[in-house]
Design a binder for this molecule. Structure first.
Ligand code: NAD
Length: 382
């Protein structure tokens, strides 16, 4: 882990994190105020290209005008396509409408799609860019904390099917990721906390020092300043390292799913209704459950499982099944929802478990009955 910054430090210079993927390599640039220079950065990347900005209705009035001004100043002609906010936009219908909108805007093979938004905008527009005219380049300008530390990096794009989340998609790496950490100032407390669960995840996977740092600095990450940039950069470095080792999730990349088998089941059981649960909140419960499950299997000290839940709860995140508004159904319903997840191989469940904070590992072949018993004990409050 890199040295932690002091809150008294002057505004930090932008940080560049390389993602090393041979001919698909790109940079993640992180810093406050980067949006103003987006046009120049994009013009350097694709001289003469036109651009289509894909954004959602919440961001259209907040940050799209600044991006448009920056593109215009750099001589880039841009069209804006706006989608409704929320997970429901990752649908076949919205995907088809977006592809047609990009074609109507005459986005050609050498032009660019720019995703300005959270993970929903990034996943949907990245998938459209992957297939439009058999693939056009795209730039991610993530505006939620979750998108800055997770979804904008690594090239997974896609939409949901009635069969489940993210089941239709493509690997399509961006050409550039610009994380302007000042954009997070307009994010709601709830969405900020949800994205923060993914930040904590990187500490829990393999960087206990970063988890310690999070416990000490989370309030300053929320407030902005150098700690926020440090948290985003450390997360992006961690994700970039894993993606560089295993771009298509044949091995190590599955570690990024820590907490996610539980989380995806909870999202399914709450009908992807963001009024009840957003992705990052489901991840916070999933992380807490993954550590308590590891404790129950006598792999992980109870003290570590307690620290994980205590930190997430301190940040305003849910950590127990009982915290899901409207409930989750019984243990059988939860296991059933888990076995529909795409990380299930031949009926056996694959979990990411932990021997302690920063010591996570891939554990295939966990019997569904063992999981069911654990969940039943959790629901009983044992
Ligand atoms: P989101 O895109 O729905 O954004 C959350 C909400 O915050 C939306 O209402 C949005 O309009 C609003 N918002 C975003 N930025 C804002 C800002 N700066 N100011 C004010 N409001 C803002 O959700 P998300 O949490 O960003 O992303 C979740 C999605 O990401 C899920 O669909 C999930 O499957 C996907 N995801 C993808 C990957 C990947 O590798 N591709 C990884 C993790 C998650």
């Amino acid at each position: 882990m890199t040295a932690a910054p002091s809150s008294a430090a002057a505004p930090a210079a932008p940080i560049t994190v390389p993602v090393a993927l041979a001919e698909r390599s790109y940079h993640i640039r992180i810093g406050r105020g980067l949006l103003a220079g987006a046009g120049a950065a994009i013009a350097g990347l694709a001289p003469g290209a036109r651009a289509a900005i894909v954004t959602d209705e919440n961001l259209a009035g907040l940050h799209a005008p600044a991006l448009e001004a920056s593109l215009a100043a750099a001589g880039i002609a841009a069209t804006r396509l706006t989608i409704p906010p929320g997970e429901a936009s990752k649908s076949y219908a919205r995907f088809a409408a977006l592809c047609d909108g990009l074609l109507a805007a005459k986005i050609e093979r050498n032009d660019l799609v720019i995703a300005l938004g959270g993970g929903v905008v990034g996943d949907l527009s990245g998938f459209a860019a992957a297939v439009l005219r058999r693939g056009v380049r795209f730039v991610q300008i993530p505006t939620s904390l979750l998108a800055q530390v997770d979804s904008s990096v690594g090239g997974k794009t896609g939409i949901n099917s009635p069969h489940g989340k993210n089941l239709v998609g493509a690997f399509h790496q961006p050409a550039l990721v610009l994380c302007d950490t000042a954009l997070l100032d307009t994010l709601s407390e709830r969405e900020f906390a949800a994205g923060y669960a993914e930040v904590v995840k990187y500490g829990l996977i393999d960087d206990a020092g970063f988890f310690d740092w999070c416990e000490a600095n989370w309030r300053r990450v929320r407030a902005g300043g150098p700690e926020r940039d440090h948290a985003v950069a450390t997360s992006c470095r961690a994700k970039a390292a894993i993606v560089a080792r295993d771009e298509r999730e044949d091995g190590d990349r599955a570690l990024l799913n820590l907490g996610h088998t539980f989380a995806h089941a909870l999202e399914r059981l709450t009908g992807y209704d963001s009024a009840r649960l957003v992705h990052g909140e489901a991840v916070a419960i999933g992380l807490s459950l993954a550590f308590r499950f590891s404790q129950a299997l006598e792999l992980c000290p109870g003290q570590d499982a307690g620290r994980v839940a205590a930190h997430l709860a301190a940040c305003g995140l849910p950590t127990r099944l009982q915290d899901v508004p409207g409930g989750t159904g019984d243990a059988d319903a939860i296991v059933e929802a888990m076995t529909q997840d795409k990380k299930v191989r031949r009926g056996a469940l694959t979990f990411i478990l932990a021997r302690g904070i920063g010591r996570s590992f891939i554990a295939p072949g966990i019997p569904a009955e063992t999981v069911r018993d654990f969940i039943a004990r959790e629901l009983a409050g044992a």
